[in-house]
Write a protein that binds this ligand. Structure first.
Ligand SMILES: Nc1ncnc2c1ncn2[C@@H]1O[C@H](COP(=O)(O)OP(=O)(O)OP(=O)(O)O)[C@@H](O)[C@H]1O
Length: 177
C-alpha cells in the first residue's frame, strides 16, 4: 500500500469562470495532479514560484480540500469527514511551513509547541524527548521555556522542524495501532 496516493486533484481558488466576456478572478492552482509515494521513500516536489506546491501540501495535510479528485494516506481517503480526517492525518503527516510564525502559536512556550504531537500520542517522557529534539535542531534546552517571538527567523524554523520530528515514525508503532 502506498503512503500517499493523489488522484486527479484540482484546486480552484475563488469563483469559477462564468463567461468568457466576464472572466472571474478564480485561480486554478492545481490541475489534474496524480502521483503515488510508496512507504519509506523520499519524494521531492519542485516547481516555479506560484505553481501550487503549498496548495498541494495543505491538501495532503488535510488543511484544505481539493475542488475535485482524491487523496489517500495509508490507503484511506482523507477527503471525507473533517475532524476524523484531521486526527488520522496528524498522526501520520507533519509539515514545516515556509513562514514559521504562521504555524507557531505565539501564546505557547516552545517546549509545549514541540511536545504537541507527543501529547497526541500519549508519550510518557515528554520533557526528555523535547530536550533531545531541541538539541537535535541546534537549540539549547532552555529554549523550551521561552516563546516563539523571542527567537530569530532561522531559530523559529528550527522549532518547527523539532515539532515535525517529534512523533514516532510509523515503522516503530506497535502492530496494534
Ligand atoms: N488563498 C488563495 N486565494 C487565491 N489564490 C491563491 C490562494 N493561495 C494561493 N493562491 C494562488 O494559487 C497559486 C499557487 O499558490 P501556492 O502557494 O500553492 O504556490 P507555491 O508553488 O507554493 O509557490 P511558492 O514557491 O512561491 O511558495 C498561486 O497562483 C497563488 O497566487
Amino acid at each position: 500500500m502506498d503512503a500517499i496516493s493523489v488522484r486527479d486533484v484540482t484546486r480552484v481558488y475563488g469563483r469559477p469562470r462564468t463567461s468568457l466576456r466576464h472572466p472571474s478572478p478564480s485561480v486554478r492552482a492545481l490541475r489534474g495532479v496524480s502521483f503515488d509515494i510508496p512507504q519509506g521513500q523520499r519524494f521531492g516536489i519542485v516547481g516555479e514560484s506560484g505553481c501550487g506546491k503549498s496548495t498541494l501540501l495543505r491538501i495532503l495535510a488535510g488543511l484544505d480540500s481539493p475542488t475535485s479528485g482524491s487523496v489517500a494516506i495509508d490507503g484511506r481517503d482523507i477527503t471525507g469527514l473533517r475532524e476524523r480526517r484531521l486526527k488520522f492525518v496528524r498522526e501520520r503527516l507533519q509539515l514545516v511551513f515556509q513562514d514559521p510564525m504562521s504555524s507557531l502559536d505565539p501564546r505557547m512556550r516552545v517546549g509545549d509547541i514541540v511536545a504537541e504531537p507527543l501529547v497526541a500520542q500519549g508519550h510518557r517522557n515528554r520533557r526528555e524527548r523535547v530536550a533531545e529534539l531541541l538539541e537535535a535542531v541546534g537549540l539549547r534546552a532552555d529554549a523550551a521555556d521561552r516563546y516563539p517571538h523571542q527567537f530569530s527567523g532561522g531559530q523559529r524554523q528550527r522549532i518547527s522542524i523539532a515539532r515535525a520530528l517529534a512523533p514516532a515514525p510509523r515503522s516503530s508503532w506497535p502492530m496494534s495501532r
